[in-house]
Ligand binder design. Structure first.
Ligand code: C2E
Ligand code: CA
Ligand code: CA
Ligand code: CA
Length: 278
């Protein structure tokens, strides 16, 4: 009983109150962020190291809060997931990314693709497939240029995953597994899911030159991808040493600060030339 009292007291501790209040304020502001046009999309290049070309970009959301300035998606996406706002925000992301990609195609970057992160809620959204179909038609974008990034934790409901992924594949969009290696992963289901690309989580890349376990895991993921005929990309590549290791492992695709941070859309044509010069 005393313990329970203690816990109850803890919940209403002044600092907790402040945190809760902050959360409520942020959530309140999040409701208005879309209509007030406070979101922005930045794009991070994904490079094929053999050709030195930007093959695609990952669309990443940014929130420019009127008072607090830039807020990381790591802070507001979980909140939006909880209160369901991720559904309209996610739709806005998909539409914005597809329109932007179409614009790049029109500018002559015709082979470029775009990856958009899906959240758990969206993956279980009733009209997700129809919505994506609509957005593709609306933006006149050919479906294979759009890739959806899901995480392993979304695939735990195997029947739903198989059903959803097959519907998405029927549309023609590509599927990537993000942060691969950090979540629930069953090799048994991996071969059942129609997955186009594995994204090796950056936690494995970070110490790869000094940690032989990380090196072994990366080597294994690349091998799985090759055997299952999936593409594989390493994220969070910051140093040349890491790139050298990935090259040796024949991991052709990389994304990370070594090549480029996420950039504003108008910067991309410039980066195209710069990265190709390397
Ligand atoms: P993520 O999908 O794993 O995205 C990669 C994150 O790593 C991005 O952080 C990116 O800026 C960062 N990054 C890229 N290269 C490097 C590098 O070389 N070193 C390091 N240290 N970091 C690097 P960001 O943009 O802050 O996004 C964080 C997370 O928020 C994303 O992780 C994703 O889970 C989520 N997120 C971002 N945008 C969206 C969105 O539109 N929808 C959903 N559902 N989630 C999103
Ligand atoms: Ca991602
Ligand atoms: Ca990732
Ligand atoms: Ca991540």
């Amino acid at each position: 009983e005393a313990k329970r009292e203690g816990q109850r007291f803890k919940r209403f501790h002044p600092t907790m109150d402040k945190q809760l209040l902050e959360r409520l304020v942020l959530e309140h502001d999040l409701h208005k962020a879309l209509s007030r046009d406070e979101f922005l999309v930045v794009y991070q290049p994904q490079i094929d190291v053999h050709t030195g070309q930007i093959i695609s970009v990952e669309a990443l959301i940014r929130w420019n809060h009127p008072v607090r300035g830039w807020i990381s998606p790591l802070h507001f996406i979980p909140l939006a997931e909880e209160n369901g706002l991720i559904v309209p925000i996610g739709e806005w992301m998909l539409r914005t990314a597809c329109r932007q990609l179409k614009e790049w195609h029109n500018q002559g970057f015709t082979s470029l693709g775009v990856s958009v992160n899906l959240s758990m809620r969206q993956f279980f959204q009733q009209d997700l497939v129809d919505m994506i179909d609509r957005i593709l038609k609306e933006s006149k974008l050919s479906s294979p240029y759009l890739e959806l990034e899901i995480t392993e934790s979304m695939t735990m409901n195997v029947n739903h995953t198989i059903d959803m992924l097959h519907k998405l594949k029927k549309l023609g969009v590509k599927i990537a597994v993000d942060d691969f290696g950090t979540g629930y992963s069953s090799l048994l289901y991996l071969k059942e899911f129609p997955i186009d690309r594995l994204k090796i989580d950056r936690s494995f890349i970070r110490d790869v030159t000094t940690n032989k376990h990380d090196a072994a895991i990366i080597s294994m993921i690349v091998s799985i991808a090759n055997h299952l005929e999936m593409e594989v990309i390493a994220e969070g590549v910051e140093h040349v040493d890491q790139l050298d290791f990935l090259w040796e492992q024949q991991c052709r695709q990389v994304q990370g600060y070594l090549f480029s941070p996420p950039i504003l859309p108008e910067q991309l044509p410039l980066h195209f030339h710069e990265i190709q010069k390397r």
